[in-house]
Design a protein around this ligand. Sequence first.
Ligand SMILES: Nc1ncnc2c1ncn2[C@@H]1O[C@H](COP(=O)(O)OP(=O)(O)OP(=O)(O)O)[C@@H](O)[C@H]1O
Ligand SMILES: [Mg+2]
Length: 250
Amino acid sequence: MGNNVSVVCTNVTKNFGELGVLEDINLTVQPGEFAVFLGPSGCGKSTFLSLVAGFDFPSSGNIQVMDMDQAKPGKHVGFVFQEYALFPWKTVLGNVESGLLNLEKAERLDRAMFYLEKVGLEDFANEYPLRLSGGMKQRVGIARALAYDPDILLMDEPFGALDAQTRKYMQQELHRILEGFQKSVLFVTHSVLEAVYLADTVYVMSKRPARIVYREEIDLGEERHYTGDRFLQYREEILHYLNAQTGISE
Ligand SMILES: Nc1ncnc2c1ncn2[C@@H]1O[C@H](COP(=O)(O)OP(=O)(O)OP(=O)(O)O)[C@@H](O)[C@H]1O
Ligand SMILES: [Mg+2]
């Protein structure tokens, strides 16, 4: 699936009436880049993702989602939310198929099963969400978002509701699942460890109205494990900037 899409934000500002939420956001997420956003609660992270998704518009500035292959605007966005947002009355398969209603039945089934296999849930296709664990539900959400073959993947604290162990496992799984897809990902989290583990680039946002106060490129390669020296150095560095925003003393 050759997605080659970048997200370019230029002077993006967002107000809800008197409330300033985003201020002068300038950044580019390159094709295939995994960008992670950290910031104090309520600073505007979800608002930012909803602007990138096109659910709402900036008050000023602009966001371009560009397909680099075809020099035209990209449009398909896959969203994975913190709350699982699955249809409880549909099976696992039905949930993954729900974004594919424009396809012929056979193709829809093939596509959905391909992605269920990717996330390791092919044996649960006919189960209902109620019967799944939190981690499994989140896999269904990821399969559903990917099956749609979005140009970019937006993930808003997707692992926030999982226990610590499952969360780590899902972080590793997400790396594995996305391998070979070249998706641009914008991922919001409150966990610095999660950010360093997953990201190519980490952005720290300020208190509302959110500005980008720090950007760090994570270059770990094979050293991408939670206890490595360089991993912990990145963590310290990012935590320093994040704490300055949340008012936590070190
Ligand atoms: N549609 C809306 N209308 C008015 N105010 C809004 C709207 N959406 C969000 N807000 C406000 O914008 C601010 C930023 O909200 P947002 O949900 O983006 O924060 P967040 O960084 O995602 O927070 P959290 O980390 O708790 O998820 C909040 O003060 C919120 O009340
Ligand atoms: Mg949020």
